[in-house]
Write a protein that binds this ligand. Sequence first.
Ligand SMILES: [Mn+2]
Length: 197
Amino acid sequence: MVTELTLKFQDALVYGTELHAGQPRKGTDIPYVSHLLAVSSIVMENGGDEDEVIAAFLHDAAEDKGGRKVLDAIQIKFGKKVADIVAGCTDAWTDPKPAWRERKEQYLAHLEEEVSPSVLLVSCADKLHNARSILSDYRRIGESLWERFNGGKDGTLWYYRSLIDAYQHLNANSNIVDELNRVVTELETLSRQCESK
Ligand SMILES: [Mn+2]
């Protein structure tokens, strides 16, 4: 449990905010840091310790902002535990990234081998915030939302359902995974209703 957040957490906030400066969230002009704040907040609210909260804030740093080099910098600044969690949340190390479906299948296979409860905690918090955003945007703009996603509608829904199965099987944080399941089920229901119209 987080009892107290130290200067290390404040340093991570500054570091991550600078690293992701100028990066918008997919298909929007919302600063990317909104996602990082939300994921670290979910981790904080579900018993994460300071390293897990920091890793949640930095979980997309290697994937989006420089791969192994950034991961090495994170290890030096914030320690091995944080760096290992960030590495476990990274689904692509190369730029350009591998094709979408292949990358997601690899990430699901990687999760099945993942034994670190910290990686599972941050990973499912990440997916919960993404799924909440998708549901909220879907309610607002409807089917055209799927154009934003490389996997389209079917691929995206397949990926989230597969993630939930993996998290449940691996006993990831049940509070987060149950909520993720409710959000994705709602999304599946709404998009099926739309198909039958
Ligand atoms: Mn993320």
